[in-house]
Ligand binder design. Structure first.
Ligand SMILES: O=P(O)(O)OC[C@H]1O[C@](O)(COP(=O)(O)O)[C@@H](O)[C@@H]1O
Ligand SMILES: [Mn+2]
Length: 640
C-alpha cells in the first residue's frame, strides 16, 4: 500500500528537485498568517442584508482600507469601501454625477488605490493564490499593473501609458470591478453558514444561488433548512409545514415562481373550505404590498396547510411510537363536540377552530380529495430541478455540525439533562447522545435524501423529528406549540420550553465538556445560531467566558422588533475572534448613495497570544502531513 502510494506521489514530480520545490513551497505556506473565516447564521431569506454583509466582510474591508491608507479621510474611506462592495452600482452613480473627464480621472485614481489594496490584502497569501483570485480574462493585465504600480520612478511613464491606453479603450470601469471582486474574495477566505437559510424572508433561493458560486463555504443545517430538504425528499408533513410558513409570511413566489410548484389545486381547496380567520393573518413586513383578496387567500391557504400538517403529523406520531410524541398528537386531544382541547392535563376552549374536513372519529385521516392534492404536491416538490440543485448543495456542503480550526459549529444545541449530562434519543433498543446523536441524525438525513421516493420510512420521519422533537439538536425545545398559538387564547400554552442546554451553556465547564465530546481542544469555541439574542433586553451573545458565541441576532425582518438589532456575525482571523453587530439594512440604493454601512459595534471575543498561522489550522495540518510524505519521498526517491 505504502509502496503504491509513494509511486503515485512520485509520478506527480518529475525529479527530486521538483519534490524539494514542493516541500519548500508548502512549508512557506504553513508560515503564512491564517486566512479569515466569516460566520453568518439565521439569514432567513433576507438576501439583500446577507449580500451586503458578505460584500463588506462584516467590516473587514473597511478595516483593511484603514490599515492600507492610514491618512485617508472618513468620507474618502467610505466612498472607496462602497466602490469595493458595489462596484457596478457605484460606478453608475459616479458616471451620472460627473463629467466624462472628471469621471475618467476619478477612475484612474481609484484604480491606483485598488491596486494598492489588492497588494495589501494579498500579502498573506501565496502569489499563486492571488493570481487565481483575479477574474481570468483580466489576470494578465492585472498582474502586470500590480507589478508596475510598485515600480521605480523610471517606469512611471510606462505605467502611465498603460493606464492611458486602458482609459482610451474605455476599460477602466471593467478593471475596477475586477479588482473590487478580487479584494472581497481575498479579504474573507472562507464562509460558514450556521443554519436557517430558509423561511420568513423572501429570497432563500438567491442566497443559495450566491453560496453555490462561492469558492469556499460550508453550511450547518438549521431546522428551517431541514424541513425544505425533507419536503423535497418525500415528507408530506414537512411539505405542508413549508407551504404553511410561506403563506404565513406572504412568500408564495418562492414556491410557484422559483421552484415551479403548482399550488392551484391547494389554493382552490383552501378557498372552498376555509374562511379568513384573525389568527392566520399573514405576517408581512412591507405594508400595502398585497391586496385584501390576496391577503385573504394567503390566510385561507395557511389554515388549510396547518390542518393538513396536523393530520399528517398525527399519522407520523402514530406510526413512530419510538419518537415519544404522543402528547403532541393534538388532533386526538380535541373534543370536537365541545370545541375544546386538552393540553398537559388542562382543558382549553378552541378559538376560531375550523376544520371542515376532519372526521372526529379518525381526525388524522385525509379525505380522498386531500390525498390527491398531497400526492400531486409531493411530486411537484420532488420534480423541481431548482429545488433539487439547492438541496444537493445543502447536502454536499452541509452537515449537522462542523469541527473547524478547533471550533464547533452547531445550529441549535446539544440536548442536555438538567444536570448537564447528554440527553439520549432512544430508538428501538439503542440510545444516542452527544456527538454520537448528531452523527446518527446526520446519517439519517443523508439516507432520506438518497431516497426521495420514500415518504414514510424512518429516515424521512426523522427529518420531521428534527423539526419538533425534544432531542433534536436543531430544535432544542420540549414542544413546538404551532397548534396552540393558532387556536388557544391562553398564552401560557404557547410557551416552548427550552432544553436545559440554553441555561447550562452560560458555564464554561459545560462547553469544555461538549468540546471534549467532539474531540476538540479546550481552548476552542462553540458557535450557535437559532435563538435570537434580544440585545435590547441586555442579553449577551458572548457566553461562558467567551467560549460560546450565539450569532443569531435576527436578520429576519419579522423578528427585529424583538431583538432590537439586525444580526450578529463573527470573524476569525490570525489575530483572534471578533463579534460584529449589525443594524437593519435598508436598500442597496441607499447603501451606494449614502455609503451607509450597517455595522454598529465590534467586540473582541478572543485575542490570540501569538498570531495564528496556516500551520495552526485544519488545512495546515494536512499540509504538514503532505510535507512529511514528500520528505520521505525525497530521501528515498530512487527506491520508488
Ligand atoms: O414566528 P413564527 O412564524 O410563529 O414561528 C415560530 C416558530 O418558529 C420556531 O421558533 C422555529 O424557528 P427558529 O428556528 O427560527 O427559531 C419555533 O420554535 C416556533 O414555534
Ligand atoms: Mn433555527
Amino acid at each position: 500500500m505504502d509502496k503504491k502510494y509513494y509511486q503515485l506521489l512520485k509520478a506527480q514530480f518529475t525529479s527530486k528537485e521538483a519534490v524539494l520545490t514542493e516541500i519548500i513551497n508548502l512549508s512557506a505556506i504553513c508560515e503564512l498568517p491564517k486566512a479569515t473565516e466569516h460566520f453568518m447564521s439565521d439569514v432567513h431569506g433576507e438576501y439583500d442584508a446577507f449580500n451586503h454583509v458578505l460584500r463588506n466582510g462584516s467590516g473587514s474591508i473597511k478595516e483593511k482600507l484603514r490599515e492600507c491608507f492610514p491618512e485617508i479621510s472618513a468620507t474618502e474611506l467610505s466612498s472607496l469601501a462602497t466602490l469595493i462592495y458595489y462596484p457596478q452600482e457605484k460606478l453608475d452613480l459616479e458616471f451620472n454625477r460627473q463629467t466624462k473627464a472628471t469621471f475618467e480621472n476619478d477612475c484612474r485614481q481609484k484604480l491606483i488605490q485598488l491596486l494598492a489594496t489588492v497588494q495589501f490584502v494579498g500579502r498573506k497569501y501565496t502569489r499563486s493564490k492571488v493570481r487565481k483570485a483575479f477574474p481570468e480574462k483580466f489576470r494578465y493585465i492585472l498582474e502586470e499593473l500590480i507589478n508596475e504600480a510598485q515600480a521605480t520612478k523610471d517606469k512611471q511613464d510606462y505605467f502611465d501609458a498603460i493606464l492611458q491606453k486602458l482609459q482610451d479603450l474605455g476599460e477602466l470601469p471593467s478593471l475596477i470591478i475586477a479588482l473590487a471582486d478580487t479584494i472581497r474574495r481575498l479579504t474573507v477566505d472562507h464562509l460558514h453558514i450556521v443554519g436557517d437559510i430558509y423561511d420568513r424572508g423572501p429570497h432563500p433561493d438567491k442566497i443559495i444561488d450566491r453560496l453555490m458560486k462561492m469558492p469556499s463555504v460550508d453550511v450547518q443545517w438549521g431546522n428551517h433548512d431541514i424541513v425544505w430538504m425533507a419536503a423535497f425528499s418525500g415528507s408530506s408533513v414537512a411539505m405542508m409545514n413549508v407551504i404553511r410558513i410561506c403563506s404565513r409570511y406572504g412568500n408564495l413566489d418562492i414556491l410557484e415562481e422559483t421552484y415551479g410548484i403548482n399550488l392551484r389545486s391547494l389554493l382552490a381547496y383552501a378557498a372552498e373550505y376555509y374562511q379568513p380567520s384573525p389568527a392566520f393573518e399573514p405576517r408581512l413586513t412591507e405594508e400595502g404590498s398585497l391586496s385584501l383578496s390576496e391577503k385573504e387567500l394567503l390566510n385561507q391557504l395557511q389554515q388549510a396547510a396547518a390542518i393538513l400538517q396536523f393530520k399528517l403529523e398525527s399519522q407520523l406520531i402514530i406510526r413512530r411510537p419510538d419518537f415519544q410524541l404522543a402528547h403532541r398528537d393534538v388532533l386526538h386531544k380535541i373534543n370536537f363536540d365541545k370545541q375544546t382541547i386538552e393540553v398537559e392535563g388542562k382543558t382549553y376552549p378552541l378559538e376560531n377552530f375550523s376544520a371542515p374536513t376532519i372526521d372526529p372519529k379518525q381526525p388524522e385521516r385525509l379525505t380522498t380529495e386531500e390525498e390527491t392534492i398531497v400526492h400531486h404536491l409531493l411530486k411537484n416538490f420532488r420534480c423541481s430541478n431548482k429545488l433539487r440543485d439547492h438541496v444537493q448543495f445543502l447536502q454536499e456542503k452541509g452537515a449537522m455540525y462542523l469541527r473547524y480550526n478547533g471550533n464547533l459549529l452547531i445550529h441549535g444545541c446539544l440536548p442536555l439533562h438538567e444536570n448537564g449530562d447528554f440527553k439520549s434519543f432512544r430508538l428501538a433498543d439503542k440510545a444516542y447522545s452527544g456527538r454520537v446523536l448528531l452523527d446518527f441524525f446526520d446519517q439519517e438525513v443523508r439516507t432520506c435524501l438518497a431516497h426521495p421516493e420514500e415518504s414514510t420510512d424512518l429516515a424521512t420521519d426523522i427529518m420531521w423529528y428534527l423539526w419538533v422533537g425534544e432531542c433534536s439538536s436543531l430544535f432544542g425545545k420540549t414542544a413546538m406549540t404551532t397548534f396552540e398559538r393558532y387556536y388557544i387564547k391562553d398564552k401560557t400554552t404557547h410557551i416552548e420550553k427550552k432544553n436545559p442546554y440554553y441555561q447550562l451553556r452560560e458555564h464554561p465547564e459545560v462547553i469544555v465538556r461538549i468540546l471534549e465530546n467532539f474531540d476538540l481542544p479546550q481552548d476552542g469555541h462553540l458557535v450557535n445560531g437559532h435563538t435570537p439574542i434580544k440585545e435590547k433586553n441586555g442579553e449577551n451573545p458572548i457566553k461562558a467566558e467567551g467560549k460560546l458565541i450565539v450569532i443569531d441576532g435576527g436578520f429576519s425582518k419579522a423578528y427585529q422588533k424583538e431583538t432590537g438589532i439586525a444580526g450578529y456575525t463573527l470573524l476569525y482571523n490570525s489575530y483572534g475572534i471578533q463579534l460584529v453587530a449589525h443594524q437593519p439594512f435598508s436598500t442597496v440604493k441607499e447603501a451606494v448613495e449614502k455609503g451607509s454601512d450597517i455595522i454598529s459595534v465590534k467586540r473582541l471575543v478572543q485575542e490570540v497570544k501569538e498570531r495564528k498561522r496556516v500551520k495552526n489550522t485544519n488545512i495546515g495540518q494536512k499540509l504538514i502531513e503532505n510535507i512529511q510524505d514528500l520528505e520521505y519521498l525525497f530521501e528515498h526517491y530512487e527506491s520508488y
